[in-house]
Design a protein around this ligand. Structure first.
Ligand SMILES: C[S@@+](CC[C@H](N)C(=O)[O-])C[C@H]1O[C@@H](n2cnc3c(N)ncnc32)[C@H](O)[C@@H]1O
Length: 462
């Protein structure tokens, strides 16, 4: 079976037909849907949590292993654990690996608060001196904020579960825009974007021309406030793993034929320089920006160059050929592999459908078959919104193509839910059907219409 749901001219599947699942139903959940931990630290190119959640509900069962081999900030792995599956994320970027790992294996709120208190107790104000480079010193106030931050950077051990969680949380509040009253800002730096770091040279000019001030934020206090926010909904019921590794060598980290579902989005032709754009966060983690970008094979390119350059396109196909072959290796025979790739907009050649062009180039060499392509665009949102009711309209972004694949020679697994609208309503209401993953995890029974409140009832006790 190969079904393609077109965004513009194609059909809208009937809500009760066998292929009703083949539409971007997750758009109805909107960008705001998802566990609070997703926003622990921003990351470029991340999934809306509803996308992996939709496929997790359709193509995996409680306790199954769900994997993202390009995990980024760990959206798939976290949604899997929230839904009672074992979420695994693999990424070459050390920032991505740590963000994924802390979300799927968090400590308790009490442990983090005790550790912050200990860090505060052992803190002795000391001059910054050469403990921080000039490009870091220009961002943080040097009497209170930077000495406290340096103390935590020097004491926190990334191999320790509690410390790792605090480091990832600090990375999330390291820089960002100030609130109007400044004191209640959720960041430690001068006022600047939270999503990415501008280059040091650009930032220096930006701070000078805008006359930006470095307020004396108390880093311990900001981190404590952040903990209260992150633990407000309780932690995911299942535990998982976030690993640093190469998707092209996936089977070194993940057992063959162990994964029920893969939901992933590979980097698009090196459009994003994950190291360079995260240089402040990588400094906190003690990682080298150039090593990160070199390992991710970043080249200076952009979307305009992308598909008009056949050489680079062939390189990209080779990269995905290796990664998809490894995905097939770790996938169970009854498994499903969902790969999202955005269209490339090129002024000379118009809009190019990178996902299907790549698939056409690699399909002969990869032991997977294509079952469906779901086109996730504005028009499709309009159509599914009409079926569900206008009040539930989701937020549309650019066009993404979602390839739904299965093992070659095996049957495409049947979706678990025939009625996608009922499924989306259940997800929106926070009705996830999980069981406690281990002693110490408590689930209460009451129901509520609010997804936030419903999820808050799933709590870890220690
Ligand atoms: C589009 S992002 C994925 C974002 C993710 N879906 C999320 O929700 O956060 C692509 C990711 O691929 C990672 N990456 C690039 N090359 C890789 C490789 N060879 N192996 C593993 N990860 C890689 C990048 O570090 C980046 O985090």
């Amino acid at each position: 079976m190969l079904s393609v749901v077109q965004g513009g001219a194609g059909r809208v599947p009937g809500v009760s037909s066998d292929d009703a699942w083949i539409a971007p139903w997750w758009k109805l959940l909107g960008r705001r849907y998802g566990h609070v931990l997703h926003s622990l630290c921003s990351y470029m190119g991340s999934f809306p949590p509803g996308l992996p959640r939709y496929f997790i509900e359709q193509f995996s069962d409680l306790g199954d292993v769900v994997l993202d081999p390009f995990s980024g900030r760990g959206t798939t792995a976290l949604e899997a654990c929230v839904a009672g599956r074992v979420g695994i994320g693999v990424d070459l970027n050390p920032l991505a690996a740590i963000l994924t790992d802390v979300k799927v294996d968090p400590p308790s709120y009490e442990q983090t608060i005790l550790r912050i208190a200990e860090l505060e107790r052992t803190y002795r104000p000391a001059p910054v001196g050469d403990r921080a480079p000039p490009e870091i010193r220009m961002l943080f106030e040097e009497g209170t904020t930077l000495p406290q931050l340096l103390h935590m950077k020097e004491c926190l051990d990334p191999c320790d579960r509690i410390d790792r969680f605090l480091l990832a949380s600090l990375a999330g509040i390291l820089h960002g825009n100030h609130t109007r009253d400044v004191v209640s800002s959720r960041c430690l730096s001068v006022s600047m974007p939270n999503t990415f770091s501008m280059s040091p040279g650009y930032l220096e000019k930006y701070i000078r021309t805008k006359g930006l001030v470095r307020p004396p934020f108390n880093a311990f206090e900001k981190l404590r406030l952040r903990m209260a926010h992150e633990f407000a909904e309780g932690m995911p019921v299942r535990r998982g793993r976030g690993l640093r590794g190469d998707a092209r060598l996936l089977s070194k980290a993940v057992a063959p034929e162990s994964v029920k579902l893969i939901v992933t989005s590979p980097p698009y032709l090196n459009v994003v320089r994950y190291g360079k754009f995260n240089w402040i966060r990588l400094w906190l983690l003690g990682e080298s920006v150039s090593n990160v970008d070199a390992s991710l094979q970043v080249e200076k390119t952009d979307r305009r160059l992308a598909l008009s350059d056949r050489h680079r396109f062939h390189g990209y196909c080779g990269f995905l050929r290796s990664a998809l072959t490894e995905c097939a290796r770790v996938l169970r025979d009854d498994g499903t592999c969902v790969v999202t790739i955005g269209d490339v907009i090129n002024k000379e050649h118009g809009s190019r459908t990178l996902a299907t062009e790549v698939w056409d180039a690699v399909k002969g060499d990869v032991p997977l078959d294509l079952a469906a392509v779901i086109i996730d665009d504005v028009n499709e949102v309009g159509k599914v919104s009409k079926i569900w009711g206008e009040g539930h309209r989701g937020e549309a972004t650019k066009t993404e193509r979602v390839l739904v694949l299965h093992k070659r020679g095996a049957r495409m697994p049947k979706p678990r839910h025939r009625d996608p609208i009922a499924l989306i309503e259940r997800i929106a209401a926070g009705e996830h059907v999980e069981k406690p993953a281990r002693p110490g995890v408590v689930r209460t029974a009451a129901k509520s219409a609010s997804p936030r409140a419903a999820k808050a009832r799933v709590v870890t006790s220690g």
